[in-house]
Design a binder for this molecule. Structure first.
Ligand SMILES: [Ca+2]
Ligand SMILES: [Ca+2]
Length: 161
């Protein structure tokens, strides 16, 4: 029962300012117990990492399409406060983008600071924008995470493998 309560405390805190405080609550436990207790929170956060769905408010313009590094491109210049999720970055964060790029089969011309494994688009007109998509690399991390393999090294607590 204590572990169940602690799991819910951790889950409730995950969307806050960071994980250090939550993991600190587990001090004194063995690494095995920590890993077991953090298994579900880590799987939940790895699942959340997959998605991008947010709106941006702020001045600017632009559009881009990211179909991994094989086909990507866009031109954007905006400075926004974003609401929603970009993986576990939520519910509110700032994003300033000044980019222009075209890429094909991993070769890129121009400036583009995006995750190379995203299937996503972003559009921004005047004072509002939208981003939607998912990250293939995070899908791999989520699936491997089911077997306790932390491919993206973003899990909380001790490593199992
Ligand atoms: Ca992840
Ligand atoms: Ca992970």
């Amino acid at each position: 029962m204590r572990n169940l309560v602690l799991t819910f405390v951790i889950l409730g805190c995950l969307c806050g300012s960071g994980f250090a405080e939550e993991v600190k609550q587990l001090e004194g436990m063995s690494n095995g117990a920590k890993a077991a207790l953090l298994y579900l929170p880590n799987r939940l956060m790895d699942f959340v990492d997959i998605f991008r769905l947010n709106v941006g408010v702020g001045e600017g313009w632009g559009a881009n399409l990211r179909a991994t590094n094989f086909l990507t491109g866009g031109v954007s210049d905006y400075d926004t406060i974003r609401f929603g999720m970009r993986g576990r970055e939520m519910p509110r964060y700032e994003e300033a983008v000044d980019e222009e790029c075209i890429g094909l089969f991993g070769l890129q011309i121009g400036k583009f600071d995006r995750d190379p494994y995203e299937l996503a688009f972003t559009g921004h007109v005047a004072y509002a924008g939208l981003e939607a998509g998912l990250d293939l690399d995070e899908i791999v991390d989520f699936l491997l995470g089911l077997a306790c393999v932390d491919y993206r090294e973003d899990d909380m607590g001790p490593r199992v493998w």
